[in-house]
Write a protein that binds this ligand. Structure first.
Ligand code: PEP
Ligand code: MG
Length: 583
């Protein structure tokens, strides 16, 4: 019988294939005493297992495609670093000595202690880092227990085209999946911010997380469909369902091929209005994707990712060389460096805001940076130095008042004065922009636009703060509505303020990359979109088949729409009725 199981889709795409069950957490950890004379040998056994785990991870790193290497390797390196960390190298040794127990048991006790610390953290992002501990410890335990590598970890051409179903998969598994031709994966645990999810998106492997109950309902070799966009697994599909998904697969590949032809074309409406289409990036790999799809530069570089996946903090030199190289690689196209946006759902280990009752309303982004110059100044200095090497723009997240802006501008001025004195090169004309993602900033957009070189609408947060819904709380996700009149009015207000001040207003929130809203946003006057590279060509296709003069008159009616029904009718008109002549 055909059944559908729902989870959270974390990586788009449709796969149809047979299941390979990954039996991960099946092993039991034995506990036994070690005689005093055998302690040193037991410690050596543990250390040999650590060394082999390192070797295995280095081998995985060698499988990473060259173009994808820098970003992906960082995830594997995080695990390699953990295998060097005293919490996993020295503590179990101490436990073996003190308790005179076997290595597996000592490692289990240390794992339990670490996991308990993570469990106490309120922060969703940090809680997912618990997965890293589990993945690394599991690898060492398997070696200690002589379990050998699992089938999907070895080159096995019979698994090509299979779909992995597991309790959990590690970033290393994700790299191997791509290398071994696995078609898709679905896991019981993990969230959209897990490293496995981030990697799957970047590597283009369809994937679903949070598929609770899936393991009980699906057997080895069973035929299933994974719809990574919708977050659905269809078990035992009948012929009708299979035909439907095969058609969707075909349509998707035709569509991807057609979109391919758009790479080199400009984003321009039928009535010849030019639109700027840039990319949102997080990992260095995304820069490669952005260039591949012909983005006109980077509209949002979420710089926090260099800070989040590690125990220490990157220093000014490391930041500078990374930024410089990325900026040089973009060959004159603008790179919009958003200064650190941590806090909220993206807390740094050891950060002061931990334990805040409402982290999204607390010390986040520019607030945290201004509070902690030790965190902020090295990054500002690195960005300003990197500006000498290409077309750099600096963007400040989450501004809520002009005072914050004045403080950041003063810090930038100080750094520039210092660099002048020291003869350090920088681009004195580097544009400085700010994000409008707090309703207060949208309402005061005139004042912000007057002092900034450009503005970018961060709709993910703008919607969160306007509608008072925590963007990481599934319980209120049904209220997350980009078309809410309050949100649209704030967007329209910001666009109008930009026009009055003669300053460009872009949009870099997810709304900009959602094809359903492209024409509405064009009608409202948006002319700069920054979207995930994987969405860019689809958005360009819509722009290039839009006749602006036909839809512009509908913008006012849309803003004034009295009901969701009226909105839906107007959106249909904007999307399909009026502007499809050239499609
Ligand atoms: C936004 O809020 O829309 C945005 C682009 O920033 P982030 O999603 O990184 O908070
Ligand atoms: Mg934001």
């Amino acid at each position: 019988m055909t059944i559908a199981i729902h989870g959270a889709g974390v990586s788009d795409g449709i796969a149809i294939g047979r299941v390979h069950l990954v039996e991960r957490s099946q092993f039991e950890i034995p506990e036994y005493a070690i005689a005093a004379a055998g302690i040193e040998a037991e410690i050596r056994r543990f250390q040999d297992a650590l060394a082999l785990a390192r070797l295995q991870l280095r081998a995985v790193r060698d499988h990473i495609p060259r173009a994808a290497a820098p970003g992906i390797a960082a995830f594997i390196d995080t695990h390699l670093l953990m295998l060097e960390d005293v919490t996993l190298t020295s503590e179990p040794v101490r436990i073996i000595r003190e308790r005179r127990c076997n290595a597996e048991w000592a490692l289990k006790l240390q794992r339990d202690a670490l996991v308990a610390v993570f469990d106490e953290m309120d922060d969703a992002y940090l809680r997912t880092r618990k997965d890293d501990v589990e993945h690394v410890v599991n690898r060492v335990q398997r070696i200690l227990l002589n379990h050998g590598p699992m089938r999907h970890e070895q080159p096995d051409s019979r698994l090509r085209g299979y779909i992995l179903l597991a309790d959990d998969l590690s970033p290393a598994d994700t790299v191997l999946m791509q290398h071994h031709g696995i078609a898709a994966f679905a896991i019981q645990y993990g969230g959209p911010t897990s490293h496995t999810a981030i990697l799957a998106r970047s590597l283009g492997i369809p994937g679903i997380v949070g598929l609770h109950g899936g393991r009980q309902l699906i057997g080895e070799d069973e035929l299933i469909i994974v719809d990574g966009g919708a977050g659905v697994v269809i078990v035992d599909p009948d012929e009708r369902v299979l035909a439907h998904y095969r058609r969707r697969q075909d349509e998707r590949s035709v569509c991807l091929r057609q979109l391919d032809a758009l790479r080199a074309q400009p984003a321009r409406t039928i009535d010849r209005c030019d639109v700027t289409l840039r990319a949102n990036v997080e990992l260095p790999l995304d820069f490669v994707l952005a260039r591949d799809v012909g983005a006109e530069g980077i509209g949002l570089y979420r710089t926090e990712y260099l800070f989040l996946n590690r125990a220490d903090r990157p220093g000014e030199e490391e930041l500078f060389t990374t930024y410089r190289d990325l900026i040089k690689d973009m060959q004159g196209m603008p790179v919009t460096m958003r200064t650190l946006d941590v806090g909220g759902e993206k807390a740094l280990p050891g950060q002061t805001q931990q334990g805040e009752a409402n982290p999204a309303l607390g010390l986040r982004a520019v607030r945290l940076c201004l509070r902690e110059p030790g965190l902020f100044l090295p990054q500002l200095r690195a960005i300003i130095r990197a500006s000498a090497f290409g077309n750099t723009r600096l963007m400040i997240p989450m501004l809520s008042n002009l005072d914050e802006l004045a403080q950041v501008l003063a810090l930038i001025d100080d750094i520039r004065d210092q660099f002048r004195r020291l003869g350090i090169a920088f681009d004195a004309t580097m544009p400085i922009g700010g994000m409008v993602e707090v309703p207060a900033a949208a309402l005061c957009a005139d004042a912000f636009a007057a002092q900034l070189d450009f503005v970018s609408l961060g709709t993910n947060d703008l919607i969160q703060y306007t509608l008072a819904i925590d963007r990481v709380n599934e319980g209120v996700s049904y209220l997350y509505d980009p078309l809410h009149p309050a949100v649209l009015r704030l967007i329209a207000m910001t666009l109008a303020a930009g026009r009055r001040a003669g300053k460009p207003v872009a949009m870099c929130g997810e709304m900009a990359g959602d094809a359903r809203y492209t024409r509405l946003l064009l009608a409202l006057g948006l002319r700069e979109f920054s979207v995930h590279p994987r969405n860019l060509l689809a958005i360009k296709h819509i722009i290039n088949t839009t006749e602006l003069q036909l839809i512009e008159p509908l913008a006012e009616s849309f803003l004034a729409a009295g009901s969701q029904h009226e909105q839906r009718t107007l959106l249909r008109e904007i999307n399909t009725g009026l502007a499809v002549a050239a499609e």
